[in-house]
Design a protein around this ligand. Structure first.
Ligand code: NAD
Length: 355
């Protein structure tokens, strides 16, 4: 039976396909941008220069300085360029780090953004921005940072290394898993989340074996869009909080941490969210949701233990303390001992278990 719900649609134009970058000039034009600043990380500068070339006179310049965690010092440098060049819109090409810089500029200027994602992080679909100052990260949600247009071009994801593809893909699955048991879930979010998980379950093991599999790359980018879209629509719970706490406290890599923690967080919530677990298991074509998520992560070839990412064993207690200290909504109450057991299993790389 359908339950009552509230659905908040978000305004974003999505152009999806292979070779869709050809549409860049007309999409930039559609936003009324005449002097675009093209953003990227230093390793993706060549892509940024290629985009600027495609834009011809509509490109004012390239800023290839985006880095992880959107540090305000980097944003301030980019803002100087925005002012000097009279920029009237940004084009970000890259993963969540580059998208984050575009959002930070939009937050300060209100300029329109076009994003060309090349990972599966999903930030391009959300009105969420995390910024770091002196090593401390703060997050806010405002429609001011939601990109106006997103061009998904599968061809640009072909160079994403197999390892990063796997962890970035599971990161998208994590958005969908938590969306399925979110307080604000609704039938649209359920459909999109299940479709995300199914697409990623089809794609990720194939990409791990053959990163040049274009059909699998298409499924993964489609799943990434869906994962980002549901992240934007509902609140996240235990899994995302644990990843932020553990990642932040021990300086662990973002997508890799998600990949390890997800199955354990799902096992923790399983007794309190049977409908979500049934949907996850169905999408994964697995008997059990948590075990299915564990097997999917393993099939990407990713590291399966937090200790292999450099988390010290003493960190297990610290992480458990932090998890219970900051209250947030979760389908199952957050209790220290079972949360500690969850973290200990993730640290050791053991299979998930309800505790
Ligand atoms: P990333 O953007 O840092 O990219 C990782 C590295 O891969 C970079 O060096 C990048 O240049 C390179 N790269 C990206 N695409 C490539 C490609 N196709 N080929 C070769 N190299 C490529 O990593 P990410 O996982 O995309 O993003 C992580 C960041 O995004 C985190 O800071 C996270 O907090 C943030 N994030 C934000 C949201 C949000 O809604 N605000 C959502 C998800 C993630």
């Amino acid at each position: 039976m359908i339950e009552p719900f509230v659905y908040n649609g978000l305004p974003a134009r999505v152009v999806f396909g292979w070779g869709t970058l050809d549409k860049l000039p007309e999409e930039v034009d559609r936003l009324g941008i005449k002097r675009a600043l093209v953003l990227s990380t230093p390793p993706q500068e060549e892509s940024a220069r290629d985009l600027a070339k495609r834009l011809g006179p509509s490109a004012a310049g390239v800023f290839p300085g985006a880095t992880m965690h959107t540090p305000v010092e980097v944003t301030e440098k980019a803002m100087t360029v925005v002012r000097e060049l009279g920029v009237d819109g940004t084009v970000a090409v890259g993963g969540g780090s580059t998208t984050g810089l575009g959002k930070a500029i939009a937050l300060r200027t209100g300029l329109p953004q076009l994003v060309v994602p090349t990972t599966y992080a999903g930030s391009e679909m959300t009105p969420i921005i995390g910024e770091s100052r002196d090593g401390l990260k703060s997050t806010q949600t405002t429609l001011d940072v939601l990109p106006e247009t997103v061009i998904y071009d599968v061809d640009l994801t072909m160079t994403l290394p197999a390892s990063l593809s796997g962890t970035s893909g599971v990161n998208a699955v994590a958005h969908a898993v938590e969306a399925l048991y979110a307080r604000e879930r609704n039938p649209i979010v359920n459909m999109m989340s299940q479709e995300c998980i199914a697409a990623m379950a089809r794609a990720l093991p194939r990409i791990a074996k053959d990163p040049s599999d274009r059909a699998a790359r298409g499924d993964a980018l489609y799943g990434a869009w869906l994962g980002g879209a549901v992240l934007a629509l509902v609140g996240m719970s235990l899994h995302h909080k644990l990843c932020h706490t553990i990642g932040g406290s021990f300086d662990l890599p973002h997508a890799e941490t998600h990949t390890i923690v997800l199955a354990h967080a799902a096992a923790y919530n399983a007794p309190a969210a049977p409908d979500a677990m049934a949907r996850i298991a169905q999408a994964l074509q697995a008997d059990d949701a948590a075990r299915g998520l564990f097997d999917l992560a393993k099939a990407t070839g990713a590291k399966m233990a937090l200790r292999d990412l450099g988390m010290p064993e003493e960190g297990i207690d610290k992480a458990a303390d932090l998890a219970v200290q900051k209250p947030y909504w979760n389908p199952r109450p957050i209790e220290r001992e079972p949360v500690r057991a969850l973290i200990a299993r993730a640290w050791a790389g053991e299979p998930p278990q309800v505790s």
